[in-house]
Design a protein around this ligand. Structure first.
Ligand SMILES: Nc1nc2c(c(=O)[nH]1)N[C@H]1C(S)=C(S)[C@@H](COP(=O)(O)OP(=O)(O)OC[C@H]3O[C@@H](n4cnc5c(=O)[nH]c(N)nc54)[C@H](O)[C@@H]3O)O[C@H]1N2
Ligand SMILES: Nc1nc2c(c(=O)[nH]1)N[C@H]1C(S)=C(S)[C@@H](COP(=O)(O)OP(=O)(O)OC[C@H]3O[C@@H](n4cnc5c(=O)[nH]c(N)nc54)[C@H](O)[C@@H]3O)O[C@H]1N2
Ligand code: SF4
Ligand SMILES: [Mo]
Length: 698
């Protein structure tokens, strides 16, 4: 007789940290539901959580190390795999120098306790400066704005969504993404609650998104024009003397500088280029500064663009000068049970920027990494410091970083590559050895990163639902084994022991947090709403908020020089689009998520479609400077005229991968069109909002 048991855990797939209740027997998952007793998510889940079951049972998911041989992939033992990997890495470094190893870490790293706890020791053991991650196709601008303004890259302000009365959402679609750099399970429900208490939220986006549909107002904006919009809003606020820094006034430096910058950006001058009327810009500025509390939140659409860094800076400025920084209902800072901000600051690790530049393209370093737009050239261009061996950990840069085809060509030239990944996919297929880890339900879970970005302070730990099989290894075991072979130093502590140590340093002394306490509270423990913490929690040298850091102030010249006439007149601008049942590139093998109509389509406005004589669902060839793809169109007035949109993460038609269902519904990759030349020159972050494309019916 199988006995039904109940397991509680947090979903590890996106940033929302939804609590799950999983009914199971010793070996089987019977059901997955939202955990109503989770104090943070209160029962909310999305369809992806149910796919954790598909992931667990997925026959294509790898369990043992694979080695590429002349006659195909061969299973090898863990010990042989570890030995061979380290031997080859060391051989490359001996011949070509320390920096001949490249390391790329993908998005699931930050959702994985083991990778978080053992990742830095491994990375350090390699002794290479050639480090990359998904940060530079994502949230890098947030970190640089925080570093320069508040003195710590992880002091990222989070909208106090549950108490605000006005929210301005720019370049984010939380109704689908469930929020990002802002952990808020049931984001849509929280937005509806905001409206119910008499508040308002508005959305600025080149697409009439799922979030825009539930908003009080939506404005189309021309891609990449958000910095201009933000400066124009600031202009109106200063022009009317609506600024009011509140209690932080005496702790803020640089207000006059911002004022004089904003002077040049009157809506009368900028409106046309932005695509929003001067009157509407004035209204937004007025409503924002006069609301009892307000918060501006800008996400991927304003980070991965030409002025991503400047946008994230200006968003912080807008919140500051209206008295909405560090106050209830504004942009606040978290105090998680494990406070990575304070702990890293103690060791002097508050973040860094531009201490050195990448070898070939001179892109700026940040916290020991280079922007991933530099990676392909670092592999392809000969010279001292050229990458000859590559390590990827939970990343799929062939599909997720600009100009995937160039990266494919680069990977082909490597002397050696190892991928720590659960699938044989578009990136890991280039590896000589794949080291597959356990995943999801087979691992213990604690969100070290997302509690740091959550709209409420809570804490929760879950053990693995199922023990790993004897043939499997956890990510942390893989990293530990490699680190030991490379440096001779093995970390003797388990993740649970390390977590316990971190919890005991918690600022929440009264709760006496430990792994043992958390095990007694499987739904999680509520630690209360966000609290004001400035100026105490500032890490700047002068202990002030630097509202006008030189780095960003200087970037205004680049913005001014940018002449809208240089935008190519005959091309369309390509942007991305997230969909509820995708998770970047790697969940297209989950049956539950892959039902229904084809999702990898290009949205195009009816006027543009008629210009090119296109019928709905017809296939077109889309070409950019770097390549072309063929894709069906979906004609819709949801998308702004002159702009087209393709979801990222597809393109599973590539030879030599093994993801059966994903290959059947392969789609094409938007990143075969995006360009490593399109970056935010200030931060080096990828610019996914400027790909100029032409289309042709086929
Ligand atoms: N054009 C365009 N490109 C984009 C974006 C966009 O909006 N438009 N979005 C960008 C963003 S925000 C991000 S974060 C990046 C993501 O970029 P990446 O992180 O490079 O890509 P993912 O698709 O998340 O790939 C995750 C990989 O980890 C593996 N994996 C999953 N779970 C585990 C695990 O537990 N352990 C291990 N070892 N491996 C695991 C998967 O099999 C997969 O290969 O893509 C970026 N790329
Ligand atoms: N279902 C699902 N959820 C996810 C993910 C997923 O792949 N699928 N990925 C997760 C990850 S890794 C991340 S980082 C988050 C991202 O979370 P979000 O940022 O909320 O996600 P996106 O849907 O990429 O939203 C970006 C929005 O910016 C708009 N945009 C594009 N260019 C511009 C521009 O120039 N200006 C303005 N104003 N808007 C622009 C796009 O139309 C889009 O609506 O989502 C996370 N959640
Ligand atoms: S919203 Fe995110 S965390 Fe919540 S169930 Fe869906 S994928 Fe999991
Ligand atoms: Mo991301």
């Amino acid at each position: 007789m199988k006995q039904t048991q109940t397991h509680y855990r947090t979903c590890n797939l996106c940033e929302a940290m939804c609590g799950l209740v999983i009914e199971h027997s010793d070996t089987e998952i019977l059901s997955i539901k939202g955990d109503k007793e989770d104090p943070f998510s209160k029962g909310h889940i999305c369809p992806k959580a149910l796919a954790l079951k598909d992931l667990y049972y997925d026959k294509d998911r790898l369990k043992t190390p694979l080695k590429r041989t002349a006659t195909g992939w061969k299973e090898i033992s863990w010990d042989d795999a570890f030995d061979e990997v380290v031997e080859n890495l060391q051989k490359v470094q001996k011949k070509h120098g320390q920096n001949a190893i490249g390391l790329y870490r993908g998005n699931p790293n930050v959702h994985n306790l083991g990778l978080m706890l053992y990742g830095s020791a491994f990375s350090k053991s390699l002794g290479t400066q050639q480090k990359y991650s998904a940060t530079s196709v994502d949230q890098l601008p947030h970190h640089i704005a925080s570093l320069k303004m508040f003195g710590h890259q992880m002091m990222v302000p989070v909208p106090d969504i549950d108490r605000t009365n006005y929210m301005l959402i720019i370049g984010g679609n939380p109704a689908v993404s469930n929020g990002s750099m802002m952990t808020a399970p049931d984001f849509s429900g929280r937005l509806k609650a905001l409206q119910k208490r008499g508040g308002k939220f508005i959305v600025i986006d080149p697409r009439y998104t799922e979030t825009a549909k539930i908003a009080d107002q939506h404005f189309f904006i021309k891609p990449g024009k958000d910095a201009l919009l933000l400066l124009s809003i600031l202009h109106v606020i200063f022009d009317n003397q609506w600024e009011n820094l509140g209690v932080l006034a005496s702790h803020t430096n640089g207000l006059e500088t911002i004022k004089s910058i904003a002077l040049d950006f009157s809506p009368a001058k900028t409106a046309e280029e932005i695509g929003i009327s001067a009157q509407e810009i004035k209204n937004i500025a007025k409503e924002f500064s006069q609301a009892s509390s307000a918060v501006c939140y800008g996400r991927l659409g304003v980070s991965t663009q030409e002025f991503g860094g400047t946008c994230q800076w200006l968003i912080n400025v807008l919140n500051s000068i209206t008295g909405n920084l560090d106050t209830q209902g504004g942009a606040m800072f978290t105090l998680p049970a494990i406070d990575l901000v304070r702990m890293s600051a103690i060791t002097g690790k508050t973040g860094s920027f531009n201490r050195r530049q990448s070898r070939v393209n001179n892109l700026p370093e940040f916290s020991g990494e280079y922007p991933v737009a530099a990676l392909a050239d670092e592999i392809l261009v000969p010279g001292e410091g050229q990458i000859k061996a590559m390590i990827t950990i939970a990343g799929n840069p062939v599909l997720s970083t600009p100009n995937g085809q160039k990266l494919e060509k680069a990977f082909e030239t490597l002397d050696f590559m190892v991928a720590i990944d659960i699938y044989l996919n578009e990136t890991s297929k280039f590896a000589n050895i794949i080291l597959p880890s356990t995943n999801g339900l087979e691992t213990a879970h604690y969100d070290l990163i997302f509690h740091q970005l959550a709209v409420r302070n809570t804490t929760k730990y879950n053990e693995a639902l199922f023990e790993r099989k004897a043939i499997q290894r956890h990510d942390w075991e893989i990293l530990n084994a490699l680190t030991e072979r490379i440096s001779g130093q093995k970390n003797p502590a388990t993740p649970e022991a390390m977590l316990d140590y971190l919890l005991q340093k918690s600022p929440y002394t009264e709760q006496q947090l430990s792994v043992k306490t958390l095990k007694k509270h499987p739904h999680g423990i509520d630690l209360g709403p966000l609290q004001s913490c400035l100026p105490q929690r500032l890490y700047t040298d002068n202990k002030k908020i630097n509202i006008a850091p030189k780095l960003f102030v200087d970037d205004i010249q680049r913005l001014k020089k940018k002449n809208s006439n240089t935008d190519e007149k005959h091309s369309l601008m390509l942007i991305g689009r997230r969909q509820l049942r995708n998770n970047n590139s790697w969940m297209h093998n989950a049956e539950l998520l892959m039902t229904g109509r084809e999702r990898c389509t290009m949205l195009i406005h009816p006027e543009d479609a008629s210009k090119f004589n296109l019928n709905n669902h017809q296939k077109v060839r889309v070409s950019s400077r770097v390549s072309s793809i063929d894709i069906p169109v979906e004609i819709s007035s949801e998308i702004m005229q002159g702009v087209v949109s393709i979801p990222h993460g597809f393109g599973h038609h590539r030879e030599g991968i093994n993801m059966t269902l994903a290959e059947e519904k392969a789609g094409v990759s938007i990143n075969d069109l995006t360009d490593t030349n399109d970056i935010d020159e200030l931060t080096g972050n990828a610019d996914f909002s400027r790909t100029a494309v032409t289309i042709q019916a086929i």
